[in-house]
Design a protein around this ligand. Structure first.
Ligand code: PAF
Length: 289
C-alpha cells in the first residue's frame, strides 16, 4: 500500500471503513505537523501494533488562545509527506480549517470539557487549550475511526485528557502513551524547538537536568514533595532569562498534591518554563521505590 493523502472527512471515513471491513486494525497518530523524530517513533510504534497507520496533520485553531503562536506555528507539507513516506505511513489526513470547522471556529456549538485534571498546570496557563484539544481529537477520532491511537508522553496532561475522553465517551479505541523522544543533550523533541535562538537552545538543556536532579533526589531518599519541587526549581533557576510557569511533583494519575510520597506512589514531575518567547514543557514519571 502506498501513501494515500486525504483532505476531507468523508473520504477519510470511507477509507477507514474499507480497512475495518477487512478486519484490519488502524493505528492513528494525531499531529499538528512539522513532523520530527518524536512523531516518527510514534509512527513506528503504531506500525508494530497495527495493520495500517494514519497520521493526521492539522494545526488546530481552537486549542490556541488569541495571544498564542497559531499563525506562526511551523508548517511544511513537504517535510510531513517525506517523513510519512520514509516511515511507511499508509494514510495522511490533512484537512483544511474549513473542512474541520465549516462555519468557523466561533460557530461551533458543542463543547467537550474534561474536568478536574484540566484545571491545573497547562489548564491554568492556557485556560481554553484542553477544550480545543478535546474537541479536535473527538472530531479526528470520528473521522479516522481508529482502533488504536498513539500519543507522546511529553504532553503528559494531554494524555490524561485523552484517556478521560476515551473512557467517558466510550470510544472503542486503545490508547498507547509512548516515551518522550529527546535530543542527545536531553531536550524533549518538539516542533516548537525551531523557535529557540542559539543561546536559548543551549539553556534549554536545564529542563532535562532539572528532571534528572529530581530523579537523584528521589534516589537519595527524598520523599517530601516540597523539597522535590525546590530541587527542580533551584536547578531551573541556575539559568538566566528563564521564567518558571510551574515545576512540581504530583501524583501521576490525578495530578493531585501529596505532602510526603510513599513507596509505590507513581508521581510525575511537571515542568513548564519560558525561555525568551519560547515556552517549553517536559515531565518525567517516577515510581517511588
Ligand atoms: O499534541 C498535539 O500535537 C495536538 O494537541 C493534537 C493532539 C494533535 C491535537 O491537535
Amino acid at each position: 500500500m502506498g501513501l494515500t493523502t486525504l483532505t476531507t472527512i468523508r473520504e477519510m471515513q470511507a477509507w477507514s471503513a474499507s480497512i475495518l471491513k477487512e478486519g484490519k486494525t488502524i493505528g492513528f497518530v494525531p499531529t499538528m505537523g512539522y513532523l520530527h523524530e518524536g512523531h516518527a517513533s510514534l509512527i513506528r510504534k503504531a506500525k508494530s501494533v497495527c495493520d495500517v497507520v494514519v497520521v493526521s496533520v492539522f494545526v488546530n485553531p481552537t486549542q490556541f488562545a488569541p495571544n498564542e503562536d497559531f499563525t506562526k506555528y511551523p508548517r511544511s507539507i513537504e517535510r510531513d509527506t517525506e517523513l510519512a513516506l520514509t516511515n511507511g505511513v499508509d494514510c495522511v489526513f490533512m484537512p483544511s480549517a474549513s473542512e474541520m470547522y465549516p462555519n468557523g471556529t466561533d460557530s461551533v456549538r458543542t463543547t467537550i470539557s474534561v474536568n478536574t485534571i484540566t484545571e491545573k498546570f497547562e489548564g491554568a496557563f492556557r485556560p481554553t487549550h484542553f477544550a480545543g484539544v478535546a474537541l479536535v481529537v473527538t472530531k479526528l477520532f470520528l473521522a479516522v475511526q481508529p482502533t488504536d491511537t498513539f500519543f507522546g508522553r511529553k504532553d503528559y496532561q494531554q494524555t490524561l485528557v485523552i484517556k478521560s475522553l476515551i473512557e467517558d465517551l466510550n470510544f472503542p479505541i486503545r490508547l498507547h502513551v509512548e516515551p518522550t523522544m529527546r535530543e542527545k543533550d536531553g531536550l524533549a523533541m518538539s516542533s516548537r524547538n525551531v523557535y529557540l535562538q542559539p543561546q536559548e537552545r543551549s539553556s534549554s538543556v536545564i529542563v532535562f537536568r532539572a528532571l534528572s536532579s529530581c530523579n537523584n533526589a528521589i534516589a537519595n531518599g527524598i520523599r517530601s514533595s516540597a523539597i522535590l519541587d525546590s530541587t527542580i526549581q533551584e536547578s531551573l533557576n541556575t539559568v538566566e532569562n528563564l521564567t518558571i510557569d510551574y515545576a512540581e511533583c504530583v501524583l501521576a494519575d490525578t495530578l493531585e498534591r501529596k505532602a510526603e510520597f510513599v513507596s509505590g506512589d507513581k508521581i510525575v514531575a511537571l515542568i513548564a518554563v519560558r525561555l525568551g518567547t519560547v515556552r517549553l514543557i517536559d515531565n518525567e514519571v517516577f515510581v517511588i521505590p
